[in-house]
Design a binder for this molecule. Structure first.
Ligand SMILES: NC(=O)C1=CN([C@@H]2O[C@H](COP(=O)(O)OP(=O)(O)OC[C@H]3O[C@@H](n4cnc5c(N)ncnc54)[C@H](OP(=O)(O)O)[C@@H]3O)[C@@H](O)[C@H]2O)[C@@H](O)CC1
Ligand SMILES: [K+]
Length: 502
């Protein structure tokens, strides 16, 4: 992002001051868009500005609010003599409107605010993308006091907290609050009702603590024309199908799901049904002989094959039409260990989930057999077993490192699902803000996703459809609701495109 801004500035298309003015104006516009009642009369605002360009944005916001008749108090942290030029320009412009109070006075100032003079807005413009180290000392103490006070403000008086770019202290890459714990602050960070970022969301808006600290996110276009953004790549849903009018069920793929024993058949059944609903032409469950009657009682369209040994699986895989394997959901770790050499040797598109991931984490030989057509779908616990050395890394970096290590796609599940493909890059599917679907955290939802990936052969799209299906269903969702909710999502994607299947 900063490279992009610099590119615009050096190319002479926009001055830094223009960008900052547009950024500040964008924040004000977003505030009045979100809370139209604030635009109807002049309120009061506290703007807390930091020592860089984020603070410069805050000073633009202060001036624009003042122009609309607002009563604005500006606090400033830092040395005004060391402000970057655009921020300095706006600092000087603000001094024609009002004064600047030192940040050190903020804590005491908060104690003087009574029930009748509380502000309507608090603007957090202390740090944006330029935070380079943990916040400590008086800064942490002051921001902490502000945070406590602003929570009271919101709960008791209905005022709003707006962060420029992100709540100050949030690392824009990792989404972690960078607070020096020795300052006495618990590091939980400060909350905002609205974060207004520029041009494109940053990683912190979707990963780590970001979504817990930000209630709503708005993105302001600064008119920057280059594509060179250090921003997160979100999954873009698109109508994609393996259906053609000339095709038939075998051209749409035959998924072989490896099913568990009598007492654990549900997970494979969920995956199988999801694969069918997601577009697979045929789905077969291969499972122990003594469990087939249970599978047969539950599934109509899914075919069944007895399979009690790796040899039987190998014989089955002589049929090249089984072009996709899906294994792991309630398979049993020991069974997974026994079957995986055959599975990986078959060199098919292979979705490796649940018990199969645990099996992998126990065997470096198996890991050595992974190939480019594998998709690993760990949740955080499985990932920690598989890659213990990467768990302390930021989530996106960890998934990318694992994908490089294994030479295959790694889909690291969660509210912020990361899809790292060593060849096509990394995408993020985040169920936050208006896309939140907390009820997706339910038993079997991961089994459904594994089946969807097998059916769609596109892990990122599968993750998006999976989350959208959950959102469409709403609260009360259980995993077996999901497969039958998939068609409506796929149909709505098709409705948005003018290109029908050919
Ligand atoms: N460029 C543009 O045209 C546009 C930029 N825009 C805006 O600029 C923002 C980025 O600006 P920025 O790069 O100046 O970074 P910012 O977040 O303000 O902080 C840097 C300052 O903080 C200091 N500092 C860091 N860590 C610290 C700590 N722990 N404790 C104490 N101090 C610490 C650091 O000090 P230093 O490390 O240099 O010693 C430096 O002084 C971006 O988020 C957006 O809001 C928009 O206007 C669009 C146009
Ligand atoms: K900020």
């Amino acid at each position: 992002m900063r490279a992009a801004e610099q590119h615009e500035i050096t190319a002479g298309r926009q001055s830094g001051a223009d960008l900052m003015e547009r950024a500040g104006r964008g924040v004000v516009d977003e505030i009045f868009k979100k809370w139209p009642k604030l635009a109807l009369s002049s309120g009061t605002a506290i703007v807390v500005c930091g020592p860089g360009n984020n603070g410069g944005d805050g000073l633009v916001i202060a001036r624009l609010l003042h122009d609309r008749g607002w009563d604005v108090t500006v606090f400033f942290y830092g040395d005004s003599g060391r402000l970057p030029p655009d921020a300095r320009l706006n600092y000087d412009r603000w001094l024609k409107y009002g004064n600047v109070r030192p940040f050190a006075e903020l804590k005491d100032f908060l104690t003087t605010i009574g029930d009748h003079n509380h502000p309507d807005l608090w603007i957090d413009a202390v740090f944006g993308t330029g935070l380079t180290r943990p916040i400590g000392g008086e800064l942490a103490v002051g921001l902490s006091a502000l945070s406590n006070w602003s929570s009271d403000l919101v709960s008791s008086h209905g005022g709003y907290v707006v962060a420029v770019e992100m709540p100050s202290g949030l690392n824009s890459d990792t989404g972690d609050m960078m607070i020096d714990r020795s300052s006495g602050d618990d590091g939980s960070g400060w909350y905002c009702d609205l974060a207004v970022t520029f041009h494109a969301p940053k990683r912190c808006h979707f990963v780590g603590q970001g979504p817990d600290l930000i209630d709503d996110l708005a993105v302001v276009d600064l008119g920057i024309r280059t594509n060179d953004f250090d921003a997160v790549r979100l999954v873009r849903p698109r109508a994609k199908t393996n259906m053609t009018t000339a095709g038939h069920k075998y051209t749409r793929g035959h998924v072989l799901v490896l099913g568990g024993p009598r007492h654990s058949t549900g997970a494979a059944r969920l995956a199988a049904r999801a694969a069918l609903r997601s577009g697979a032409g045929l789905v077969t469950i291969a499972a122990p002989r003594d469990a087939l009657d249970i599978y047969a009682c539950h599934e109509t369209e899914v075919m069944l094959r007895p399979m009690d040994s790796a040899q039987e699986l190998q014989d089955m895989l002589q049929d090249a039409r089984f072009d996709c394997l899906c294994l792991g959901p309630a398979l049993g770790v020991e069974t997974a260990v026994a079957l995986m050499p055959t599975v990986l040797d078959a060199d098919r598109y292979t979705v490796i989930d649940a018990d199969a991931i645990t099996a992998l984490s126990r065997s470096t030989d198996l890991i050595g057999q992974l190939h480019a057509k594998c998709v690993l779908t760990p949740h955080s616990g499985e990932f920690a077993r598989l890659c213990p050395d990467l768990v302390s890394e930021p989530k996106i970096d960890a998934a990318e490192a694992a994908a490089q290590r294994f030479g295959c796609t790694v889909l690291l599940k969660g509210r912020d699902t990361v899809i790292a493909d060593p060849h096509f890059g990394t995408q993020l599917c985040a169920s936050v803000y208006e896309d939140a679907a907390p009820w997706l955290g339910t038993a079997g939802a991961g089994d459904v996703l594994a089946g969807m990936i097998a059916g769609m052969r596109d892990p990122a799209q599968a993750a998006w459809v999976h989350a959208q299906a959950a959102r469409n269903f709403g609260v009360g969702l259980i995993a077996s609701d999901l497969p039958d909710t998939i068609p409506a999502v796929l149909q709505s994607l098709w409705a948005e495109t003018e290109t029908p299947p050919r």
